[in-house]
Design a protein around this ligand. Structure first.
Ligand SMILES: [Zn+2]
Length: 430
């Protein structure tokens, strides 16, 4: 088995408290052998790191791969290619496919395809049959045996509170997280963007912050009442952050994720009436952005995911009819560096914790670390390189990127997954 020595890198590994230590990384047989200063092996192949930063591959808890059923938007291979280009080596794919991921057969399909793809794919199985409201619970135990890594009805909430409570209890017994898309559908009905000053000026129906917060409150109440964990997806409002903070102080087992667009952008983006900025939950207000950043700083939110949600240009063309979502795996690390590290909100080590070590822990997978024996999933990046996001140059099938045209700091140069180089940045080469 050939060894690979990644030489001359600044190592960021929250699991070992390695905060930029200059050293080398030795890999063999798809595993990390050692990371740190003075690690050498004269027999190993050498990848010269030239002072790049090295971190455990990113773990994205929230991705839509659109496969099976919507492969004109994305498929498992193109989605994982986009992941690799963004430094993401493990991802959770959501079950709102066609058919939905609500059977052992569909879970097996995703796992089989994922084995051959450029990232590790962890399917989240549906909570209710066909993702239907009041659809009855899926056989969560059977789905876990088939390889489901989590449970979610993402795209929509679980509307029936009794079904959600039972799902949370059964998932807890299986040690699998429940990932909750929090939305009160009665409040959000017909809304195209955040309900606030901009929606009123534009005369566009809005989604109030309360649509998210009512459901966040319900999930916290259920987690508290039944003493089981719940994970809140794509937290976007100051109210949700406050409730999660309070609940965690009271010992409730609630975790939360946000996505780069919620700490970088506001509803002001919607003035251009560009369908690419339509998403659920919607872009909110400056006070919400500040609260999200504070939540990331003080540990209320434990993960930055992307909610990578590919849609075709035709679907996104009409602002009012556009489906919700934006792609994000190729820009998430750069967005975090640009909007969190550069302004001094978080350190680079904090960002790696939020994008790798901590989400790996929520999912209970052996990733997010460069400790000896860990999977050889590594991202090498230059945190200072500035680049302009050009949707045509991205690696997935869809182009609905909210950071399009923006210049971001932080470029992924190499991604290794299972010990193999799955991405090498060629953008700077002639
Ligand atoms: Zn969602």
């Amino acid at each position: 088995m050939e060894k690979l020595l990644i030489r001359n890198v600044r190592i960021y590994d929250p699991s070992q408290n390695l905060n930029g230590v200059l050293g080398n990384l030795l890999l063999e047989g798809g595993r990390i052998l050692e990371a740190g200063a003075g690690v050498e092996d004269p027999q190993a192949l050498v990848l010269e790191g030239n002072g790049l930063c090295a971190a455990p591959g990113l773990v994205d808890l929230h991705v839509h791969l659109r496969d099976p059923g919507y492969t004109y938007k994305e498929d498992i291979f193109t989605g994982c290619r986009a992941a690799a280009a963004g430094g993401v080596t493990s991802l959770v794919c959501m079950p709102n496919t066609s058919p939905a991921l609500d059977s052992p057969q569909t879970i097996a399909y995703v796992l089989e395809q994922g084995e051959k793809a450029d990232a590790r794919v962890y399917p989240a199985a549906a909570i209710t049959k066909g993702l239907e409201d009041n659809g009855g619970l899926c056989d969560l135990e059977e789905l876990a045996r088939a390889g489901a890594a989590a449970f979610s009805n993402d795209g929509r909430p679980v509307v029936n509170s009794a079904e959600m409570a039972e799902a949370m209890e059964r998932a807890a017994a299986l040690h699998k997280p429940v990932l909750s898309h929090c939305e009160d559908l009665y409040l959000s009905q017909g809304g195209k963007m955040h309900q606030g000053s901009v929606s009123r000026e534009l005369g566009v129906p809005g989604v109030p912050a309360a649509a998210e917060e009512c459901c966040t409150a319900r999930e916290i109440a259920l987690a508290a009442a039944y003493h089981v964990p719940v994970h809140i997806c794509h937290v976007s409002t100051a109210g949700s952050v406050a409730m999660i903070r309070d609940a965690r102080r009271r010992g409730v087992k609630v975790t939360g994720e946000t996505a780069p667009h919620y700490f970088a952008l506001t509803h002001e983006e919607l003035r251009a009436r560009d369908g690419d900025f339509r998403m659920s939950p919607p872009l909110r207000e400056t006070e919400d952005v500040q609260a999200i950043i504070q939540g990331l700083k003080d540990g209320t939110l434990q993960a930055i995911a992307t909610d990578h949600a590919p849609h075709s240009p035709e679907e996104k063309e009409d602002f009012l009819k556009a489906p919700n979502g934006s792609i994000g795996m190729e820009t998430s690390l750069a967005a975090a560096i640009t909007y969190l590290v550069k302004p001094g909100h978080l350190s680079l080590l904090d960002v790696i914790r939020l994008m790798s070590t901590s989400p790996a822990g929520i999912l209970g997978i052996p990733a997010g670390t460069l400790a000896p024996g860990a999977p050889a999933d590594v991202v090498l990046f230059d945190p200072e390189e500035a680049w302009t996001v050009c949707p045509e140059q991205l690696h997935g099938k869809s182009r609905n990127a909210v950071f399009k045209g923006r210049t971001l700091f932080g470029k992924v140069k190499y991604t290794l997954c299972r010990g193999k180089i799955v991405f090498k940045d060629a953008s700077g080469e002639a």
